[in-house]
Design a protein. Structure first.
Length: 524
């Protein structure tokens, strides 16, 4: 029997507040939740990323059934002849003959285009609903972006703070008299080490997750990564526990040490909530409200003292990531696609080193960051930006390959958030569309923000020679190659001035040594 509508719930839309479920009539409509092997191989996904999506989808399916909704849940091993999402969806369309297909805005341009093509081919009306999970719609972002000459997150963030009344005082000014506390939020760990850090919430796999872990090991045995320590939230209930644990025990030092790195310390003081937010197990409103409440519920005198200022800095730094950066990059993604996927400002085309998938390099910082990525499916934002991202830019790795790697290996990766961060922030591939400079640094930065250099085979102070840090060599090589562009940018002019202090012989030696490194990048 034909149905009025088929409501498609995508794997990163696992919320009962999903607009596609809002006006559903259980008598005349049906819900479709589709596990598609092709979505795990579109990029060669980390086993933990596959397992997280599948387990969260299966837990959400249980919740929908408990609510009595008419559900077609296509499981991974169903219909092996149709591995793709669209092919599996088309079979459901044939079975139910819906009058329309309804879906919330996808987080991936490719998926939206595929659904549009399918419905056009089938002459099936497609209703794409605005994603109310976000605090700024794509239409509102486009209107905001159209008001100014440049896209800058700081301007957007202040607009969002005012618009939603977050961390705002009664006089309309920001709490603490400042919009951001970046200076307080860039600390390295003490020289003696980070000390005790309260553990983030981790969850013992239940029967559903154990079944998924076995399935992933069987079906995707040749994919990168490990499932040995899998403990990510896979349901709304678990995600709420993870949020509470962060607010209660880890937020206090999140701001101060959010940029810090230390060997064998994969999580630091970070929230580890991005995967739950991006699967829609958590709503950003409740996350921001919980962080703000943690500061506001302190006695007024405590908020005004030194400890209160430190707490405000931590809360502001966290709110900036959720209300500011997360909403900003989503707006940029939909504003600039599909061109963003092909952006390549520097014309870089080098293939990824083989060790990019294993961490088997003599560079201690990248060995640690990539090694933990393969174990956990996670690295925090500075490891992504200033270690793997920095090296990828300095080494001239192809932006499309790098973006595919980031999308594949992190459990929180959905293209709307991954691609702008990689192409725009880490690689400067879009030529500074929304950033003011390329984020490049030498080994000196790594030494300042971590303990990695102490036991490394390379020395961050050396530019050339067998013990020279490749990050340092390639940094100076990058400055040499792009001197004129850097000199013309106020944010990077000092870099160009420092380069100008080197003799022609020194610059030639850097070019030669750097070229030699990149000719055999697999051996770094």
């Amino acid at each position: 029997m034909a149905v009025a509508s088929l409501r498609l719930v995508l794997g990163d839309q696992l919320s009962r507040a999903n607009p596609a479920l809002a006006d559903l009539d259980p008598v005349t409509d049906r819900v479709a939740l589709i596990e598609a092997p092709g979505e795990a191989t579109h990029v060669r996904s980390h086993k933990a990323r596959i397992a997280l999506f599948l387990s969260a989808m299966r837990h959400f399916a249980e919740a929908l059934r408990a609510d009595g909704l008419p559900l077609d849940h296509v499981r991974l091993d169903d219909d092996p002849e149709r591995p793709g999402l669209v092919a599996r969806l088309e079979r459901l369309i044939d079975a139910h003959r819906p009058a329309e297909l309804v879906v919330c805005e996808p987080g991936d341009w490719r998926v939206l285009a595929d659904l549009q093509d399918l419905c056009a081919r089938r002459a099936l009306p497609l209703r794409v609903l605005p994603d109310t999970h976000f605090l700024c719609s794509t239409e509102d972002f486009a209107r905001w972006a159209g008001r100014g000459k440049t896209l800058r997150m700081e301007t957007f963030y202040r607009w969002m703070r005012k618009r939603h009344g977050v961390l705002m005082a009664e006089d309309g000014e920001p709490e603490g008299g400042r919009w951001n506390f970046d200076e307080e939020n860039r600390g390295a760990y003490p020289k003696r080490g980070p000390g005790p850090i309260p553990a983030p919430a981790r969850f013992e796999p239940d029967a559903i997750t154990r079944e998924v872990l076995e399935l992933v090991e069987r079906r995707f045995a040749d994919h990168p990564g490990s499932l040995a320590s899998f403990g990510w939230p896979v349901s709304r209930e678990q995600a709420l526990v993870a949020l509470a644990r962060f607010i209660d025990t880890r937020l206090v030092n999140f701001g101060r040490y959010q940029d810090a790195m230390w060997s064998g310390t994969p999580f630091g003081w970070h929230a580890l909530l991005a995967s739950s937010l991006n699967l829609k197990l958590l709503d950003p409103r409740e996350v921001v409200a919980a962080a703000e409440r943690a500061w506001r519920e302190r006695p007024p005198a405590a908020r005004e003292g030194e400890a209160g200022a430190s707490a405000l800095a931590a809360v502001e730094g966290f709110v900036r990531q959720v209300l500011g950066w997360r909403e900003f990059v989503r707006g940029v993604y939909w504003l600039d696609m599909p061109g963003l996927a092909d952006a390549n400002h520097y014309g870089h085309d080098r293939a990824l080193p083989a060790w990019w998938w294993t961490g088997d390099t003599r560079m201690a910082c990248l060995r640690d960051a990539i090694g933990q990525t393969m174990r956990e499916g996670y690295a925090h934002h500075i490891q992504r930006l200033m270690l793997t991202g920095n090296f990828a830019l300095l080494a001239g790795l192809a932006p499309r390959e790098v973006a595919a790697w980031y999308l594949a290996v992190y459990v929180d990766a959905v293209e709307w958030v991954e691609l702008p961060n990689v192409a725009g922030m880490a690689l400067y591939a879009n030529g500074g569309r929304f950033t003011t400079k390329p984020y490049v640094a030498s080994g000196a930065y790594v030494k300042r923000m971590s303990n990695h250099c102490g036991g490394c085979a390379y020395s961050p102070e050396l530019r050339t020679g067998p013990r020279a840090c490749p990050m340092t060599t390639l940094y100076w090589r990058f400055l040499d190659a792009h001197e004129a562009e850097l000199a013309g940018n106020p944010r990077t002019a000092l870099m160009a001035k420092n380069l100008a202090r080197l003799s022609a012989e020194e610059r030639g030696a850097i070019r030669d040594w750097g070229d030699g490194l990149l000719a055999d990048v697999d051996r770094i």
